[in-house]
Design a protein around this ligand. Structure first.
Ligand code: SAM
Length: 275
């Protein structure tokens, strides 16, 4: 099947008067080659459900549609809806657009089969959705993968290794249930208007959940440990009942600091406390 010819994104934006709004964190991507590369990150999308959050004028959306995905897009800026409606017409039956705030919509209510998430979002919304999708007791999740644009500094924190300054709660949260990777770095000049900082795309697929660990307990341990990250564990964890005994039982020196512990150590501590 041949793909529909589409007008250049800059023309679409101009025709619909889509001037980027700072309040909505709008930094648009117009480079179709770059967008096509981003759309390859989740792998083969033919016939797959994709949730796109914040499609804006639809640059990433059209790249996903060209890969044969069935896209459900949530956008809160109604100015973008006519441009997205044109795209839905060009790809009949492949694009559903929902006007609303992605923070208030549960993806499980939108799909009756697993879905991938792909999004270029304002950084605060992206981080909140990302941590929400990785949190909670229910695992494995109903999503198959997450492909999300972040500020480079946040992406580095997600993939950080123990011992580095970037290593903290976000790394442990992301890495205990998945193997996050930086799939691509995106130069600030690729965006209109360009943001102040560089960006990077994180790709995550769920891993098997470690046995016998409550997600809430792991969160409590990392919250306490990294809440005072420069302090020794015997200080930062002393308010958490049983934590110091758990360190001893596991042979983890309580004089160490949180940032020196591997993700597996946090999981082991949480497991002892969950039991
Ligand atoms: C960084 S722009 C990216 C637009 C487009 N995906 C692109 O790559 O050019 C972020 C988009 O997310 C939308 N947005 C911001 N917050 C949102 C939210 N809470 N729910 C849904 N969309 C949101 C904005 O209106 C904007 O269109």
């Amino acid at each position: 099947m041949s793909l529909p010819d589409l007008p250049p994104l800059r023309d679409v934006v101009q025709r619909h008067g889509l001037i980027a709004t700072k309040a909505l964190g709008q930094n648009f991507l117009f480079d179709e080659q770059l967008l096509a590369r981003i759309a390859t990150v989740p792998g083969d999308l033919k016939g797959e459900n994709v949730l796109e959050v914040g499609p804006g004028p639809g640059g990433l959306t059209r790249a996903l549609l060209r890969r044969g995905a069935n896209v459900t897009a949530i956008e809160m800026d109604r100015r973008c809806l006519p441009a997205l409606a044109e795209l839905a017409e060009a790809f009949p039956g492949q694009l559903r657009v929902i006007e609303g705030d992605a923070m208030k919509i549960a993806p499980a209510e939108l799909f009756d089969a697993p879905w991938h998430v792909v999004a270029n979002l304002p950084y605060n919304v992206g981080t909140a959705l990302f941590t929400g999708w990785l949190s909670g007791q229910g695992w494995p999740p109903q999503w198959r993968s997450l492909t999300l644009m972040f500020q480079q500094e946040v992406a580095e924190r997600i993939v950080a290794a123990p011992g580095s300054d970037a290593y903290g709660r976000l790394a442990v949260l992301a890495q205990w249930r998945s193997k996050p990777r930086i799939a691509m770095r995106v130069h600030r000049s690729a965006f209109t208007p360009p943001p102040k900082v560089m960006s990077a795309i994180i790709h995550v697929e769920p891993a098997a959940m470690p046995e016998g660990v409550s997600a809430r307990m792991l969160e409590r341990v990392t919250e306490a440990a990294f809440g005072q990250r420069r302090k020794m564990l015997r200080q930062s964890l002393k308010g958490l009942p049983g934590a110091l005994d758990a360190l001893e039982a596991l042979g983890i020196d309580s004089q160490r600091r949180a940032e020196t512990l591997a993700v597996a150590d946090f999981v082991a501590i949480a497991r002892v406390l969950t039991a």
